[in-house]
Design a protein around this ligand. Structure first.
Ligand code: ASP
Length: 339
């Protein structure tokens, strides 16, 4: 009989370490699998700080659901982060509208879309999941529910995001560019050059072997008022199946929704794909369906399976993700990409 150690080593060889060509990537995967220890992964460079908050819960044998909620609070509350929560870039009418969803190990899920004035949309999404018979609340209804639940109203439009919006109004061109936030702002203005990216999607596996995920964003900068992206859509921006694993996405949400991206990644893992193979195949679906569109946009997927193996893949260069486990609390990985 093939040993667990051997099986896992083979599994990871077929997975991220070979496809990414990144040695430490493969090593970390093996280690987390062999120790059975918790792990949390999340999108973009700002995932490092978010993972650190989630890790405080995971390392104390806390629940993955609490870890992902606490983890994504970090970018949500960070007013220097112009793509998530407080300080997020507004829509074309100057309104900051937030999208978020959360999913637990039992397949329960909650979501809010186009929510205004609340710093932590992920926590409102969790309340939708836990306190209502519904999955999704939007706009004014989501705000009404949040206020009933005791969340406080706040102006989320910071002076720097308002300034950026007024600058944008001069041409008012909406064109979802590749890694759009990179071009809209001078990174030099942002602390550490690390807060100029998109959605945070986070997946965590806890010490009990249970998985949860969270996804939260202010969405595409200068979108039409009322536009909802992939991030609060269960199956598009986030999907978790505690038997198989989870996936999350970032980038142009319309293409992720059209392909039900995160659900697709999880279903591919169910068929035996490793996390990075599954992310790659989901990206390839988007490219095959609309090759001309795909040249112009960014979409990235991130996945974690129940063995603790992880992987990511993007259309364009520039997508990164953060990994935190017992072996390395601050690992940042450059995702492989099609272009
Ligand atoms: N996926 C998000 C949206 O479409 C934005 C992003 O991740 O850049 O709203």
């Amino acid at each position: 009989m093939i040993s667990r150690r051997k099986f896992l080593a083979v599994g990871s060889l077929a997975g991220a370490s070979v496809l990414s060509g990144n040695k430490s990537f493969g090593k970390t995967m093996d280690d987390s699998v062999l120790t059975g220890s918790p792990i949390v992964i999340s999108t973009w460079d700002f995932g490092i700080a978010a993972n650190a908050a989630a890790w405080q819960i995971l390392k104390n044998n806390g629940r993955a659901l609490d870890a992902v909620e606490t983890g994504v609070h970090v970018p949500e509350a960070d007013l220097n982060n112009q793509s998530v929560g407080y300080g997020g870039l507004p829509d074309r009418d100057g309104r900051v509208t937030l999208d978020a969803c959360i999913m637990d190990e039992f397949g329960n899920c909650g979501s809010v879309a186009a929510l205004e004035h609340i710093i932590h949309p992920i926590s409102v999404a969790r309340r939708v999941m836990e306190k209502t018979p519904h999955v999704m609340l939007v706009g004014a209804g989501a705000l009404q529910f949040a206020l009933e639940q005791g969340f406080k109203k706040k102006n989320l439009l910071t002076p720097s995001s308002e300034k950026a919006w007024k600058e944008w109004l001069k041409t008012a061109k909406y064109n979802p560019e590749i890694n759009v936030e990179n071009r809209l702002f001078s990174p030099a203005k942002l602390p550490g050059n690390q807060y100029n990216h998109d959605t945070i999607g986070m997946l965590a596996l806890d010490a009990s072997g249970n998985m949860s995920g969270a996804c939260t964003t202010s969405g595409m900068a200068y979108k039409m008022h009322g536009r909802v992206g992939d991030s609060p859509i269960i199956g598009a921006g986030l999907y978790v199946d505690n038997e198989i694993g989870g996936a999350t996405s970032t980038g142009v949400g319309e293409e992720v929704i059209r392909n039900v991206g995160s659900f697709l990644v999880v279903e591919l893992m169910r068929q035996g794909y490793s996390p990075d193979e599954a992310c790659k195949e989901a990206v390839m679906r988007i490219i095959r369906k609309k090759p001309e569109t795909a040249k112009q946009i960014q979409v990235g997927f991130l996945a974690l399976n129940k063995k603790g193996q992880f992987g990511g893949y993007a259309i364009q260069k520039g997508f990164s993700f953060a990994v935190c486990d017992n072996n390395d609390q601050k690992q940042l990985i450059k995702s492989p990409s099609y272009y």
